[in-house]
Design a protein around this ligand. Sequence first.
Ligand code: UVW
Length: 329
Amino acid sequence: MHAEHFPTYAELLERPGALRGTAWEVFGVDDELGTLNHLTPERVREAVRSVRRGVRVNLNLPLDAFDPPLIAHRGSIDHHVFGLNEFHRDERIDNLFTQASTQIDGLRHFGHPDHGFYNNVSGELLTAGEPALGIQRVAEAGIAGRGVLVDVGRHRAASGRPIDQDSNEQIPTSDIDDALDRQGVSLRPGDILLIRFGWLEHIRRPGAQRTNPLVSPGLAQQEATAAWLWDRRVAMVAADNIALEAWPATESTLTTRAERDGMLGRSSHSGMLHRILIPLLGLTIGELWDLDALADECAHTGFYDFLVTGEPLNVVGGVGSPANSLAIL
Ligand code: UVW
């Protein structure tokens, strides 16, 4: 449910009776969808008006796109096709890491070390088969809305400042604003923002060396990034890189009190923007979205908005899912 007055990020920092900097209860005391609540029926109807030619563009990489996997603890799928007789085929996929390829990360994925999980849901409930904050909530609601592609990679190259794809360059929101201006498109409340940094294109060039440990440019690890996304009432944000934000995270102002006080050891998650976006703001995010063909279509027509859909696997208590996303232009 929408509050009558939708709070700005600055207001989230001083809501009476609410935990500072969280959006908890903004969409309801028991809410488990977060900013996906911005996808109202009116906005979905409006999004359909962005379909001009009826061209469909797949935004998903194959499930086994990365073998060996990009992130070491995520394995590669093991696909078995078998038949009960010569004229029948069935199958089984073992070792499916839901976040190994094009993915949606749900609200279970990250908690904040100082504050916990979205809407104050206890971490003890976040186990397999338990529904709290599970990806099945997103599957039940479905994702559909006005997608807007912002091609920051091409914008930066055209401006003579190409992104260093072999670095964890922190991309500020001013680059997104500039790219949107160049493209002649504005964001509206409830949009699904797709950010193309150009990283996937870079790593899948023939002969490209994948750095080890993995490095990718992405959103800057600053509170200002979270404020920018919240204040535009983005329903969801996805990108063509490994973590949406720059990876690995840099030592940033987002390091938590628990880490500063030594209650929690530093880890690869220290300083991550994930810790604000997912648990504090309830923002569902997408990573490794294949936006290259979409970018070519948009550059060709000059229209950067379209209908976009996504349907995660309906796994009760799921943390994330292959995105199953589609743009219709
Ligand atoms: C990283 O941690 C790199 O990304 P995620 O866990 O969100 O896939």
